[in-house]
Design a protein around this ligand. Structure first.
Ligand code: ACM
Ligand code: ZN
Length: 654
């Protein structure tokens, strides 16, 4: 019925007679985000004024799939289910948004779009604990998620910085643990981490009533989005211990973040809370956190020690695992399943728990190998709390650099995954943690367009991936639509991009030489191995980009240039980023030698930047000289006051 090539003179006549040139016909591939699984472009256009004619047909097929046919008479949606129809309408809306920019009657290119998701789980996580956002804000993000065919909103409802869900059986969680005297998370966290009573002058925070949460759940469900609540346990629970010290191990709750696993009252409380959570959220999955428990207090708490003995638990990892399994059984008994961060693997986990892999992908792959379902959200690609542009342009962030292009490069399927277990990889998720995201407009800036890249990774097939420029163009269109609808998105059109110095090779006589580390780098930050510091490449904005090398010691390096060499410059660039504890060296000492044994000093340089400077900054510690030598020794001494990291990207000799 629809021919690819329409050769009839009539077709040509129709198009010219209605004055539609090829230029104002919208090609599907140019605008739809996420990129559809298949588009067949047909000749001709559907030209209409007002609302387009849309016919809907229901036909069995994979869940969420749809076909969108645009012919000269109108639009036909064939969908497997409500979600499929909904997604067809999202695609159509994107086409119409682009088409309606033209004057006069709108036109849509005739085409057939056959579309279905690559993964069933396409998630967005928002931390509403560190900073509290309104229900209306969350609904607005649901609208944007729906536009990009995302289908899970994971809410981090509880953490030290504030408990955010009304719980009737344990009311102090919202009367007290939801409020702090300090709006800035950073000032609060670095200060006394106090809580205040609801209604106290200056109290910052808030919580969602059950009614508000129900309205969010319903609103999201209309857009085929499930809201997954997260109740953190056993770590990240300072606020719970402040409100109810009896569920802790004792001692000062400010220094203990973990619930006591020895005491039965802890389980009573968690079960009461989960009862209320399950009543409000129909989600199949309840997220129980599980990340970053310190586990220290458990080692001396008599209740925890008794529990370990009684249950035959070998260590505190197994103690945490005991809690997660027991809570999982409870959640299962209510007909629901748990998701936990990848730490739930430590000490053993049941096969029925779903693992959210955030510390890289190794945890997720291990879980897949064991038979668990997995959702991938590795920090290096999916953590939207990192700056998305040059740090001097962006508001203060938690550190790191994650531009849209890097997010888009993420490929969730890895060769080390079990081929027969790929159906256990449920999908992907973008995570917005909000320690440094105090306002709703700032949150939107962090989310969009990067979350849309995760949406595309979750939806679009790997085949025909057209590359970043194709995606970026569609993201620019989509961001204009969001902007027109009142979203304060990141200004992608004016992105500054990566640190300029890192984009082209740097001249370095040391490149190709030999390098000897008298003090070894830290294993967590090896850069790209021992040649990192003489590979002729500067690092970029992010200290973990593989070009920076990190030391938790002083630096002492000898470079062998291979032959006696005229030397006019020796220098190294260091990075300061006070958030993660990276500071410039206090001093650098530079010497040279003919024999590699007897070095004579040629210069010293001193730091003049205070550690209190919280900007990301770069500084060369260098000497200008007129020397000849074969060996260069570069020593840098870290700041004695702080247990500082030293980060250096290249030692340049010229
Ligand atoms: C996490 O980022 N701690 C899950
Ligand atoms: Zn205990």
């Amino acid at each position: 019925m629809y021919k690819r090539i329409l050769t009839s003179a009539l077709a040509a006549f129709l198009i010219s007679a209605t004055c539609v040139s090829k230029d104002n016909v919208t090609l599907a591939g140019n605008v739809i985000l996420p990129r559809p699984a298949g588009i067949e472009i047909l000749d001709g256009a559907y030209i209409f004024t007002g609302e387009p004619t849309v016919k809907v047909v229901r036909k069995k097929g994979p869940s969420e799939s749809y076909t969108l046919v645009i012919n000269r008479k109108g639009v036909i949606i064939t969908a497997a289910d409500d979600a499929g129809e909904f997604y067809a309408r999202q695609s159509l809306a994107q086409l119409l948004n682009a088409a309606e920019k033209e004057n006069g009657p709108a036109s849509l290119q005739c085409q057939i779009i056959k579309d279905y998701p690559r993964f069933p789980y396409r998630g967005l996580h928002i931390d509403v604990s560190r900073h509290f956002y309104s229900i209306d804000f969350l609904k607005k993000q649901v609208d944007a998620m729906a536009m990009f065919k995302m289908n899970r909103l994971h809410l981090h409802l509880t953490d030290a910085a504030g408990w955010r869900m009304e719980i009737e059986s344990w009311p102090r969680l919202t009367e007290y643990a939801a409020w702090r005297p300090e709006a800035s998370w950073k000032a609060w966290w670095n200060g006394d981490r106090a809580y205040v009573e609801e209604g106290a002058p200056g109290a910052y925070g808030g919580y969602y009533t059950k009614e508000e949460l129900r309205s969010l759940v319903e609103y999201a469900a209309e857009k085929h989005i499930t809201v997954i609540p997260e109740i953190e346990m056993p770590g990240h629970s300072e606020e719970v211990l402040a409100a109810y010290p009896e569920v802790g191990c004792g001692g000062n709750p400010e220094t203990h973040a973990d619930l006591c696993i020895g005491k039965e009252v802890t389980f009573k409380m968690l079960q009461d809370i989960l009862d209320e959570v399950i009543e409000v959220f129909p989600s199949e999955y309840i997220h129980i956190g599980g990340d970053e428990a310190g586990k220290q207090a458990w080692k001396t708490c008599p209740d925890c020690q008794r529990r370990m003995k009684e249950e035959g638990l070998a260590d505190v990892d197994e103690l945490q695992s005991y809690m997660i399994r027991r809570i999982e059984q409870y959640v299962n008994s209510k007909g629901r399943k748990i998701i936990g961060w990848d730490e739930i693997l430590e000490g053993g986990v049941s096969r029925t728990a779903t693992v959210m892999s955030w510390r890289g992908t190794e945890g997720g792959i291990a879980a897949m190998n064991m038979g668990n379902d997995v959702i991938m959200c590795p920090g290096s690609y999916c953590y939207l709390d990192k700056a998305q542009d040059a740090p001097f342009i962006e508001p203060e962030s938690i550190g790191g650099y994650l531009p849209l292009e890097k997010v888009f490069e993420y490929e969730p399927i890895e060769s080390s995954m079990p081929e027969d277990g790929l159906d256990r990889l449920l999908g992907v998720q973008a995570n917005l943690w909000t320690e440094y995201v105090p306002t709703e407009s700032h949150a939107e800036h962090m989310l969009w367009p990067r979350a849309a890249a995760i949406a595309e990774i979750g939806w679009s097939p790997l085949e025909d991936k057209a590359g970043y420029q194709d995606f970026r163009q569609r993201a620019l269109n989509a961001m204009n639509v969001l902007k027109d609808n009142g979203y304060e998105v990141f200004d992608l059109a004016h992105e500054y991009g990566e640190l300029r110095a890192s984009l082209s090779p740097v001249r370095n006589k040391a490149a190709g030489g030999k390098i000897q580390y008298l003090i070894r780098w830290h294993k967590a930050y090896p850069g790209s191995g021992e040649m990192t510091l003489i590979d002729g490449q500067h690092g970029g904005w992010a200290n973990n980009d593989g070009r920076w090398m990190g030391f938790l010691n002083d630096i002492d390096i000898i470079i062998d240039l291979g032959e006696p060499t005229d030397i006019h410059y020796i220098g190294a660039t260091f990075l300061q980023s006070s958030g993660p504890g990276i500071f410039l060296p206090e001093r650098a000492e530079i010497s040279i030698s003919d024999d590699g044994e007897n070095f004579h000093p040629i210069g010293e340089c001193f730091n003049d930047v205070p550690t209190s400077d919280s900007n990301l900054l770069f500084k060369d510690f260098k000497v200008i000289c007129n020397e000849n030598g074969r060996y260069v020794r570069y020593k840098a001494f870290r700041n004695p006051a702080a247990k500082a990291w030293l980060f250096v990207d290249e030692i340049i000799v010229n």
